[in-house]
Ligand binder design. Structure first.
Ligand SMILES: *Cc1c(COP(=O)(O)O)cnc(C)c1O
Length: 394
């Protein structure tokens, strides 16, 4: 329970960002308007000139989107948040806002597949180079930094093996070299992990996942200080236009209201499922931060409030055995998406990581027998029964 001067997390998640209009509405309104009307030519000039705050055009100023931005900024403990059309748009806007030709990124290797393509195929075309290191190898991070390194980028925990980075140590390393650390906080959300409080400079979200929480729409966000986010990222969104729609912002506002409840429930179920998987004879290995066997288990607590909602495990018999488990399910959804009340199951080696060469997959530790589950909020016994059917056939 929370009591004190400043509101607690749940209160911020439910109350922040809604500035009630004279209509007296209780729920946040959706402003579906492309532009806004000015009282006079002088007011229009003042708004466009930046002398007066206020709405202009929904590519960069919309009250529903702003309500979402204020709420997420409060939850992450950041000065400013800029909402984007998708998680990828958030990463793109962060890079376009702060990097130029000749700059260098150091990134953890196990990041979202499209992020790798963005760095390797598109940013490279504009003269920005990326080096990849193992997430948990602190020496490798230090060794990869060059004089022209302008960004450290990571996801923790990683997908699908749930490896974790020590955010505080990597933030210190980044600052020692005068560059910012960006953390993709999609897997934990601020309900479980607040990277800015640990020293990170930028937090990136795919709101598509847990912030929505029910698989309804795409969105993203960047949170950080007034300069990096309020000026640099905002400038990209304003100019280039990968903007969040007001309707989607409203969905995410509603999602944030139950975020903490949902994340704790996802994590409780994932912990129980991971412990159950350890006991299954067909399962050879379980990857979950909440297990004492996890290499960075000590970070659960100080850095990350729980083990999170994602569990990966390996079955004996390679692809054939893994596909048999997946195909025997009747309840679980076979989809690579995650962060939904509905439990999802996927075979990383042939889906999310299918574009990697076999050697790259082996280096990343993604075997043919690996299965990833994003644990939803159905009854745990039903999820277990659905998996047990596939194990029994093995
Ligand atoms: C899904 C995802 C993204 C990309 O988000 P979209 O909303 O699909 O564009 C980025 N990072 C992580 C960790 C993700 O899971």
């Amino acid at each position: 329970m929370h009591a004190g001067e400043t509101p607690g997390f749940a209160t911020l998640a439910i109350r922040t960002g809604h500035h009630r209009t004279p209509e007296g509405e209780h729920c946040e309104p959706i402003y579906t308007t492309s532009s806004f009307v000015f009282a006079s030519a002088a007011e229009a000039a003042a708004r466009f000139g930046g002398d007066e705050a206020g709405n202009i055009y929904s590519r960069f100023t919309n009250p529903t989107v702003r309500a979402f931005e204020e709420r997420l900024a409060a939850l992450e403990g950041g000065e400013r948040c800029v909402a984007t059309a998708s998680g990828m748009a958030a990463i793109l806007a962060t890079c376009l806002g702060s990097l130029r030709a000749g700059d260098h990124i150091v990134s953890s290797r196990a990041i979202f597949g499209s992020t790798t393509v963005l760095f390797n195929k598109y940013l490279a075309r504009f003269g920005v180079e990326t080096s990849y290191v193992d997430l948990a190898d602190l020496d490798a991070w230090a060794a990869a930094i060059r004089p022209n390194t302008r960004l450290l980028f990571l996801e923790t925990p990683s997908n699908p093996l749930t490896e974790m980075a020590d955010i505080r140590i990597l933030a210190d390393l980044a600052h020692h070299h005068g560059c910012p650390l960006a953390v993709d906080n999609c897997f934990c959300t601020p309900a479980l992990q607040r990277p800015l409080a640990l020293g990170a400079d930028l937090v990136i979200h795919s709101a598509t996942k847990y912030l929505d929480g029910q698989g309804r729409c795409l969105g993203g966000a960047v949170v950080g200080d007034a300069q990096r986010v309020g000026e640099e990222v905002f400038g990209v969104i304003r100019t280039a236009g990968p903007t969040m729609s007001p309707f989607n912002a409203w969905i995410f506002l509603k999602g944030l209201e139950t975020l903490e409840l949902r994340m704790l429930a996802h994590a409780r179920a994932a912990q129980a499922l991971a412990e159950w998987l350890v006991d299954q004879p067909a399962v050879t290995r379980v990857h979950y931060p909440g297990l004492a066997s996890h290499p960075q288990h000590a970070l659960v607590g100080p850095q990350q409030r729980t083990g999170g909602g994602i569990v990966a495990f390996e079955v004996e018999g390679g692809r054939e055995a893994a596909w048999r488990v997946i195909d025997a399910t009747r309840l679980l959804s076979i989809t690579a998406n995650l962060g939904d009340t509905k439990t999802t199951i996927t075979h990383p080696a042939t889906t999310t990581h299918g574009r990697l060469s076999p050697a790259e997959r082996a280096a990343a530790g993604i075997g043919e027998g690996l299965i990833r589950i994003a644990v939803g909020l159905e009854d745990l016994g039903d999820i277990q029964a659905d998996l047990a059917r596939g194990f029994a056939r093995g």
